[in-house]
Design a protein around this ligand. Structure first.
Ligand SMILES: [Fe+2]
Ligand SMILES: [Fe+2]
Length: 174
């Protein structure tokens, strides 16, 4: 793909995001199935639904500024997902695995936040107001997901893991 101006770069960014979102819709169910904490499970399930809306929004954007949303594959998110799957598969303690799932999910959110933030400012710069507005809506939802994951981690999920590990150690010592 030849890119010679900001408009073409915006389209490149949007296609990258489209591929990222498609990959996320396939990766999230796997993470959900390995989650033990109910609040975390609900948060991920909700975000899976929201992710489908993100694809719909990108379809709307594709119609508005005319680009094809198929491929190329976003290798950035592919790497993040592969890495997350790998570490999650290596952990047998449920609470520790939940912490790894949060870490993997937040890496995904941060990738999306960077992508949407960039695409949104390009769209704004070129006065594609409608497109910028749609991108902002998704960006807000990605940020909300990221904040929710942080609050779950800090709101007790990590300490549950530490306490359960400590309890296990104590039983083993007895
Ligand atoms: Fe998304
Ligand atoms: Fe997301």
């Amino acid at each position: 793909m030849k890119i010679s101006n900001l408009h073409e770069l915006l389209i490149y960014e949007l296609r990258d995001l489209y591929s990222a979102e498609s990959q996320i819709t396939k990766a999230l169910p796997k993470l959900i199935s390995k989650t033990s904490n109910e609040d975390l499970k609900t948060a991920l399930q909700d975000h899976l639904e929201v992710t489908h809306n993100h694809l719909t929004r990108l379809d709307e954007i594709a119609e508005e500024i005319e680009f094809k949303s198929q491929l190329p594959v976003c290798v950035g998110i592919k790497g993040i997902i592969t890495e997350g799957d790998k570490v999650v598969a290596e952990i047998s303690d449920p609470a520790t695995r939940d912490a790894a799932i949060i870490s993997a999910a937040q890496r995904v959110e941060h990738y999306e936040i960077a992508g949407y933030g960039t695409a949104m400012s390009f769209a704004n710069e070129m006065s594609h107001d409608y497109v910028a507005d749609l991108l902002q809506q998704t960006l807000d939802e990605e940020s909300d997901a990221d904040k929710l994951l942080t609050s779950l981690a800090e709101g007790g999920l990590l300490s549950v893991g530490i306490n359960s590990a400590a309890a296990k150690e104590e039983t083993e010592e007895e």
